[in-house]
Structure formats: structure tokens, C-alpha cells
Design a protein around this ligand. Structure first.
Ligand SMILES: Cc1ncc(COP(=O)(O)O)c(C=O)c1O
Length: 350
């Protein structure tokens, strides 16, 4: 077999990790990809070593939150290839954020090139097929400069680091792995604010409710719509899904991050399984009528919801086989054990 272009250490057995025991924490990998924006153009810096960055103390990302990030995965396929999942969609979502935060868009081709290069460079850290782990990719975008005024930056850094990860919620997916969530009255974003883009500030605002939920023994906080606190919005870093009878439903809300996993699951449900799907407002009270609930995201994949608690009100949901079918199909497409009818797998040239 030909050696991959960026092999850095010989072979992956030299990576001293038990991939099947990983949780969702940071492990430094040797290479990251970087590009910088200056004088109106993006310049590729390429692959860099070392996890630290040096930026000016006046940088907008440090003071005014001019910052975006993405989260996606690369996985070893059953066919011996390595695949990223829908990287163009992450590039588009990041650029929607860049427009919103008044920064320059990153050419989609450059984003995808960065993904390809950084995965290939860190190939020994791609968990083996069947380990249940994945290489998590963290692209991010920051406004920098020698600045003190409240105004957008004129210089930007785009960087992607990678880290091998296991399940986001302890235990991962399984019929015995339902999680409990706590309804919070705090908001992560304003009704006409930044909830629909992946800006760091939204996440700073989720620390209080997230820590409170975990302190009380829940997996995460469940947010309601910030205008009225009547409708379900989303859960931590995952979108909400439920079955209302035969229909897969999900909140229609402008303050929710448009999850690429959710789009994928809705398309799988509609076009592969032929199930009805619906995006609409879901009042919290409708949980009385709902028999199956879950949340989904790159990190959470699909996590079925065993319980939602709002003070003294508690809703319980049993495991539903339809979550298993959706999970198997999604992971099958990601890892090439299933056909890829929508062209979502992006092969990494190594
Ligand atoms: C707030 C929030 N909602 C939902 C998601 C799930 O989105 P995706 O499926 O694109 O990972 C994420 C993760 O990126 C998130 O941070």
C-alpha cells in the first residue's frame, strides 16, 4: 500500500490511544490547518505544528465576540477510505455566520481543502472503523487586530484543529442509553439574535443553564423559544426531534442552530423510509401527546430522550425503534456500510 502523503509517524499503531474508550475531550493532534485574511484576500498558511496561537490583545474575537466555529466529523469507512460528512454544508453555515458578524466569507473550496489536508496530516488519529469513535474537526474563524473600538475586524484567522472523540453524552446510543433533560427559562440567544449562527457568544450564554442542569443530574438544558417561552427550541448543542404519531416533527424556530445532522435525518426519514416529516412550532405542552423524543447533532448523533423535566412536571418517553433505524442509516452512510444516495460522504484523499 502507498504511504499517505502526510503520514507523520509511520503507522497508526504508534498512536498510543484506546480509541474505543474515548470520551468527548480534547487530545492535541500534531497538525492544524490555517489561513489568514488580510488586505482583502485569504492567504493559506497550510499545516502548522503546536496548539498555541498568538493574536493581538485588541482582537475583536477577544472583546466583542467576533468569532465563529464549526463542528464536524471524519470517520474511517468500512471500505478502508476516510470520509468527512457534508463539509460543504459546514462551510456554508460558517459563511452565513461570517455575513452576520460582518466578516469576509471563506471560499468554500478553501474550507474543504483545509478539511482534507488536516485529516490527511493527522491520519493516525482517525479512529479505526468499528471503534465507535471519530475524528472531530473544529474549524473556527476569529476577527483579529490592534483595535479597541466596537467595530468589525479587518483581519481574520481561519483554523481547523482535530481531536479523536468518543460519545458526547456518556454511554453513546443504545436502547438503554436514554438521557434526561431539564427545561430552563434562560435563553441562549435572543428572538431576532444570533441563535441561527454558530457564534461563540451563544455558547457562553449556555454555560449557566448547562452547568445548572448537570449539577441537578440532567444531561443538558432544554431551551424554549426566547420570545414567549412557550415552544421547544433545542437542547444544548443538539436539535430536538420527536414522533407525533407517525410524523417526525422538529421545531421551526429562527433562534435554533440549523443542524446538518437534523437535515440529514429528516431527509433519510422522508426519502429513504417514506415517513412524514414536519417543521413547526412545538408547544412544551404537546409533550403530553408525544411518545418518542430525541436530540441530534454531530457530537450527539441521535440521543433518545428518556425524560424531560420542567420543575415538578416530568415527561417520560420510552425507547422507540425508529431512532435505531435512523441512527443505523445515518452512521451507515457516514461510514460506508450503507449506500450514499444523497452524496454526503466526502472522501479524504490521503
Ligand atoms: C446549538 C447547537 N444546535 C445544534 C447542533 C447540531 O448541529 P450539527 O448537526 O450541524 O452538528 C449544534 C452543533 O453544532 C449546536 O451547537
Amino acid at each position: 500500500m502507498d504511504k499517505p502523503r502526510y503520514y507523520f509517524t509511520g503507522d497508526s499503531e504508534k498512536v498510543d490511544l484506546d480509541f474505543s474508550k474515548l470520551d468527548f475531550s480534547y487530545i492535541a493532534c500534531p497538525y492544524r490547518f490555517e489561513a489568514v485574511y488580510e488586505y482583502g484576500v485569504w492567504r493559506v498558511r497550510g499545516l502548522l505544528e503546536g496548539s498555541s496561537m498568538e493574536i493581538p490583545e485588541g482582537s475583536q474575537c477577544l472583546h466583542y465576540g467576533q468569532q465563529l466555529f464549526e463542528g464536524m466529523k471524519a470517520q474511517a469507512g468500512a471500505d478502508g477510505e476516510v470520509y468527512a460528512f457534508r463539509p460543504h454544508d459546514n462551510a456554508r453555515r460558517m459563511n452565513a455566520g461570517a455575513r452576520y458578524l460582518r466578516g469576509p466569507e471563506l471560499p468554500e473550496a478553501l474550507f474543504v481543502r483545509g478539511i482534507e489536508e488536516v485529516v490527511a496530516a493527522n491520519l493516525p488519529f482517525v479512529p479505526p472503523f468499528g471503534s465507535g469513535a471519530a475524528l472531530y474537526l473544529r474549524p473556527f474563524y476569529i476577527g483579529i487586530g490592534d483595535n479597541v473600538g466596537v467595530k468589525p475586524a479587518s483581519r481574520f484567522v481561519f483554523r481547523i484543529f482535530v481531536t479523536p472523540v468518543g460519545p458526547y453524552f456518556k454511554g453513546g446510543f443504545g436502547a438503554d442509553q436514554g438521557k434526561a433533560f431539564m427545561v430552563t427559562r434562560f435563553d441562549r440567544a435572543a428572538p431576532h439574535g444570533s441563535g441561527h449562527v454558530k457564534a461563540g457568544g451563544n455558547y457562553a450564554c449556555s454555560f449557566w443553564p448547562g452547568v445548572e442542569a448537570k449539577t441537578k443530574g440532567f444531561a443538558e438544558a432544554l431551551y424554549l423559544d426566547p420570545a414567549e417561552h412557550r415552544y421547544i427550541d433545542e437542547i444544548g448543542a443538539a436539535n430536538f426531534l420527536a414522533f407525533r404519531d407517525r410524523t417526525l416533527i422538529t421545531p421551526d424556530s429562527t433562534s435554533v442552530l440549523p443542524s446538518i445532522t437534523r437535515e440529514s435525518l429528516l431527509q433519510i426519514a422522508a426519502e429513504i423510509f417514506g415517513w412524514p416529516t414536519e417543521r413547526r412550532k412545538i408547544p412544551l405542552e404537546e409533550l403530553d401527546e408525544i411518545r418518542a423524543a430525541a436530540c441530534c447533532g454531530t457530537a450527539a448523533v441521535i440521543t433518545w430522550i428518556r425524560q424531560i423535566a420542567d420543575g415538578d412536571r416530568v415527561w417520560e418517553f420510552p425507547f422507540d425503534e425508529r431512532w435505531q433505524r435512523l441512527y443505523d442509516e445515518l452512521v451507515g452512510i457516514e461510514t460506508a456500510t450503507a449506500a450514499d444516495p444523497f452524496g454526503w460522504r466526502h472522501r479524504i484523499p490521503v
